[in-house]
Design a protein. Structure first.
Length: 281
C-alpha cells in the first residue's frame, strides 16, 4: 500500500491540477520565497482539501524533496506564461541566505516594466540612472548607492520629478523586491539581479559573472579573482571549500584560488578539475 508521503509526491509530480494552480497564484503574487517555503505552501494548500494529510508531519529532507519536485513541475508549466523559478543567493548577507525567486523570461525593457510593474517611462529612466551609479560610475564597485544619491540623480536627467515622487518609487521598488535599503544604502534585491542578468552583464554595465554559478557578482570587492581574470562569488568559493576537508578551489586555468579577498592565486603544476559550473548558486 502506498504511504502518505508517496501519495504526496505522486500528487506533486502528477497532472497540473487545482493544487498546482493555487500554488502558481501564490508564487506569482509573492515573487520571492525563503528556502522550503514553496513546498510548505503546497503542503498547506493540500491539507485544506485532503483530510488525510492534515496530521502528517514532513521532515526537512521530505520538504526538500517535495520542493525539488515542485520547482521542476512548476517550471514546466510556468514556461508557457514566460516565467520560471530560480534559486538566488544574497551575497551581501553574512550567512549568504538563499531564496527562490519568480522571474520573467521576457526581455527587460521600459515596455515590460510599464506593463508588469506599473512604472512610467520616466521612472524607469531614473532606475536606469541608479543602475549606472551602482555599476558604471561607482568607484568602490560594490553595487550600492546612498538614498540621497538616488534622490538627487534626477538632477542628471533631462526631466524633473518631485523628490516625494522619487521616494514613492523607491518604496515601491523595495516592496516589490527590486531594491533593498540597508541603513540608507540602496542595492538590488537578489531577485532583481536574476531578472536583470542579461541587461547588467552587457554594455554599459558589464557586471562580472561568477565562473562557478554563472550568476552576477554585484558586490565585486568580496569576489575571489584569479590571475586569469575569472571571478567567483565568496559564497561559491566557500561552498567548494566546505565540501570536504582540504578541498582546493581550482580555477579553469589550473590555478588554486585562496580565500583572501585580494584574490591571491597559488600557481600549481597539478592538473585536475576546474571550477564547478552549476546552473544556480
Amino acid at each position: 500500500m502506498e504511504s502518505t508521503i508517496d501519495q504526496l509526491m505522486a500528487i506533486a509530480r502528477g497532472d497540473y491540477g487545482d493544487y498546482h494552480k493555487l500554488l502558481a497564484q501564490t508564487l506569482l503574487k509573492e515573487a520571492v520565497f525563503e528556502n522550503l517555503k514553496i513546498s510548505d505552501f503546497f503542503f498547506e494548500i493540500l491539507k485544506l482539501f485532503e483530510p488525510e494529510f492534515r496530521h502528517v508531519h514532513l521532515s526537512r529532507r521530505e520538504r526538500e524533496t517535495l520542493q525539488e519536485v515542485l520547482i521542476h513541475k512548476m517550471n514546466d508549466e510556468l514556461s508557457y506564461v514566460f516565467f520560471h523559478i530560480v534559486r538566488v543567493t544574497d551575497e551581501y548577507e553574512e550567512d549568504h541566505r538563499s531564496y527562490y525567486a519568480m522571474i520573467s523570461d521576457m526581455p527587460f525593457n521600459e515596455s515590460f516594466a510599464a506593463n508588469v510593474g506599473g512604472f512610467t517611462k520616466q521612472q524607469m529612466g531614473l532606475f536606469d540612472m541608479w543602475l549606472q551609479l551602482m555599476y558604471v560610475t561607482s568607484s568602490n564597485k560594490d553595487g550600492r548607492i546612498e538614498v540621497d544619491q538616488a534622490l538627487n540623480a534626477i538632477d542628471m536627467m533631462q526631466y524633473t520629478m518631485p523628490k516625494k515622487q522619487i521616494q514613492d518609487v523607491i518604496h515601491k521598488m523595495i516592496s516589490e523586491k527590486w531594491l533593498i535599503d540597508e541603513e540608507g544604502m540602496l542595492r538590488l534585491h537578489p531577485r532583481a539581479l536574476a531578472e536583470l542578468r542579461q541587461v547588467l552583464k552587457s554594455e554599459p554595465f558589464l557586471v562580472p559573472v561568477c565562473a562557478t554559478c554563472q550568476n552576477l557578482i554585484s558586490n565585486l570587492p568580496t569576489g575571489i579573482k584569479c590571475s586569469c581574470g575569472r571571478i567567483v562569488h565568496k559564497h561559491c568559493f566557500e561552498t567548494v571549500q566546505g565540501a570536504g576537508s582540504g578541498t582546493d578551489f581550482r580555477c579553469d586555468c589550473g590555478n588554486v584560488l585562496q580565500s583572501s579577498q585580494n584574490a591571491e592565486v597559488q600557481e600549481s603544476s597539478e592538473s585536475g578539475g576546474s571550477a564547478q559550473e552549476n546552473d544556480e548558486d
